[in-house]
Design a protein around this ligand. Structure first.
Ligand code: GUN
Length: 293
């Protein structure tokens, strides 16, 4: 069994980005600039946004964080989105999800200019991704493709099961893995809460991407010997013994599944750091205007 070290790969990517930023700035370009909007004080979102801002510092990007109270109106939030659309210094920006219930997430996403949508959530970017046109690819699925590439994991002709059909991870992941690319050409089965006999699918899988958000959902008896297991789950569970009072749990019962795997991602330190590396890669593409010339 080999552990897939997402932290290491993410840091390698960040070093490459930092070198490119140095060259850009030395040749008279402005510093790439990522902005983030955070609404409310959800603990997980606070942590993720702080990590994104810190990563910007690491690679030499400028960053801006716009914070709004949980009871901010949709109108106010949309005004801020339009403000960032029109700010020529900002290359790309994200609105951290989830948003409070009174705000329409789709409306917010569709208000972001596709050219600045470095999360790759806008329908134009998702549509272009499906059509193999240049686009920003959603950070988590993009990061997973980079992990598969970094570890030279053979995907062509393999059976792949993606568990979870979210717009952010499961759905785009299933499309990417089926594409005619180095990390693709899988035969993909997208499983979800209405799937019958999930185990019959997962036991047939060479690669399993688990992205449903239920801690320790995937057990050893659901995984075939030698499978590659990618764990996207990051649920906070109470852990009074830790300083923060919680720890992150993946969707995979790691201790019993890992011995059966050829490769597996840990939580933390697997997919999470790659989401950040992908966001930085997308922001660099935005700064260089490589997707939308
Ligand atoms: N919430 C969970 N993952 C993400 C992400 O990749 N981007 C944004 N904006 N919100 C998220």
């Amino acid at each position: 069994m080999q552990l897939i070290d997402g932290k290491k790969i993410s840091l390698e990517i960040q070093e490459q980005i930092a070198a490119e930023v140095k060259t850009l700035v030395a040749t008279g370009h402005k510093q790439p600039h990522l902005a983030a909007i955070l609404v409310g004080n959800d603990g997980g979102s606070e942590t993720y946004v702080a990590a994104k801002i810190k990563a910007c510092e690491n690679v030499g990007f400028k960053s801006t964080l716009l914070r709004f109270a949980a009871d901010t109106s949709e109108e106010k939030l949309l005004e801020a989105v339009v403000g960032l659309n029109n700010d020529s210094d900002v290359d790309g920006f994200i609105v951290q999800l989830p948003l409070p219930k009174h705000i329409n997430e789709h409306k917010v996403t569709e208000t972001i200019l596709p050219q600045k949508d470095v999360d790759g959530f806008h329908p134009v970017n998702l549509g272009r991704m499906v059509l193999n046109l240049p686009s920003y690819i959603s950070a988590t699925p993009y990061g997973i493709t980079k992990l598969l590439e970094a570890y030279n994991i053979e995907t062509g002709g393999k059976n792949c099961v993606v568990i979870g059909r979210s717009h952010i991870v499961g759905s785009p992941m299933s499309i990417l893995l089926a594409k005619n690319t180095k990390y693709g050409n899988c035969t993909v089965t997208l499983c979800h809460s209405k799937t019958k006999d999930l185990k019959s699918h997962t036991l047939n899988a060479d690669i399993i991407v688990c992205a449903l958000g239920i801690p320790e959902f995937l057990k050893a008896d659901m995984v075939k010997e030698g499978a590659v297991v990618i764990d996207v789950g990051t649920t906070r569970v109470a852990a009074p013994e830790t300083k923060s009072g919680f720890k992150l749990k993946g969707d995979v019962k790691f201790d019993e599944v890992a011995p059966k795997c050829s490769y597996i991602t840990p939580v933390p330190g697997g997919v999470g750091p790659m989401t950040i590396a992908s966001l930085l890669m997308n922001t660099l593409l935005a700064a260089k205007k490589e997707i939308y010339a």
